[in-house]
Ligand binder design. Structure first.
Ligand SMILES: Cc1ncc(C[n+]2csc(CCOP(=O)(O)OP(=O)(O)O)c2C)c(N)n1
Length: 266
């Protein structure tokens, strides 16, 4: 998936590469481990649903959907091009997208609505929502958080990507969002905070969440933007990345070097 992310951005010369690389571990766990999902039958009503609040993270979801077989791998080369179904901020025209999320702060509200909807329909579906730390500055997020706890939506999982960056700098300087996990706890959510780039930690957190009935589940992910590409990992500002044509090869080599077999036990 990280190779897809890098290739998409290289093809167009720019993109939200840091987000795609940073969130690959979560999307791998959800799409290839946890979610009940059939790429050949996207209209299956009992499916689990993944809602990407943060439309600009789409590059990561395109990589997951391509690996899952929803989007043809060749189509990834159209990322961000005119007329493409793979816009820089993904939308309802993209196969496999459950919502249009470019306007931040609306994802959790929609996730709560869907969670109530599948409950009313007596379906077994679970709703997974991905938010960012910058998105916590949107008031509607907290209204939705309050509603989810009130309605005891224990089939709703919110992952909050704390990569400690937003468009204009770190949230601590733009508008502080910490302590993130204390806030979700105070809103009545079952809350954990983990290393969001550890597949083992993500799997463990989901297993742990499933043992807690009656509350929605928040998993706060501390992630590294640009994970897997050293030049991005050490860069101060990764919100939107533009790279000169002759630098991509070096970035690809860094990713391959980081992709050597991990010792992590899963
Ligand atoms: C309602 C709304 N306000 C502002 C924006 C512009 N915007 C796009 S991405 C972004 C930064 C959001 O923070 P975060 O997702 O934490 O940034 P990242 O980690 O991707 O750098 C902003 C302000 C938007 N898309 N929607």
């Amino acid at each position: 998936m990280r190779r897809h992310v890098l290739r998409m951005a290289e093809t167009v010369g720019q993109g939200y590469v840091g987000q795609g690389l940073g969130i690959a571990d979560l999307l791998a766990v959800l799409y290839f481990g946890e979610m009940k999902y059939d790429a050949a039958n996207l209209a299956w009503l009992d499916r689990d649903r993944f809602l990407l609040s943060i439309g600009h993270y789409s590059i990561g979801l395109y990589a997951a959907l391509a690996e899952a077989g929803v989007i043809p791998i060749e189509e990834l080369d159209t990322y961000g091009a005119d007329e493409s179904r793979l816009e820089m901020a993904g939308s309802e025209i993209t196969p496999g997208f459950e919502m249009t999320g470019g306007s931040l702060g609306h994802g959790l509200g929609q996730a709560v609505g869907m969670a109530l909807g599948v409950r009313l329909d007596r379906r077994p579906s679970r709703i997974f929502n991905l938010l960012s730390d910058g998105e916590l500055q949107e008031g509607a997020t907290w209204e939705a958080a309050m509603a989810a706890a009130h309605h005891q939506l224990d089939h709703l999982f919110a992952f909050i990507d704390c990569n400690n960056q937003q468009a204009d700098g770190p949230p601590s300087q733009v508008m502080n969002v910490e302590s993130v996990h204390e806030k979700w706890k105070a809103f009545g959510w079952d809350t954990q905070r983990i290393d969001g780039n550890s597949v083992a930690a993500i799997l463990g957190a989901i297993d742990q969440a499933k043992t807690v009935p009656g509350k929605p589940h928040a998993v706060v992910l501390d992630t590294m933007m640009g994970k897997g590409v050293r030049a991005f990992e050490i860069r101060e500002k990764n919100h939107f990345i533009r790279v000169d044509a002759d630098e991509w090869r070096m970035l690809r080599e860094q990713l391959e070097a980081a992709a050597s077999p991990s010792n992590e036990k899963i």
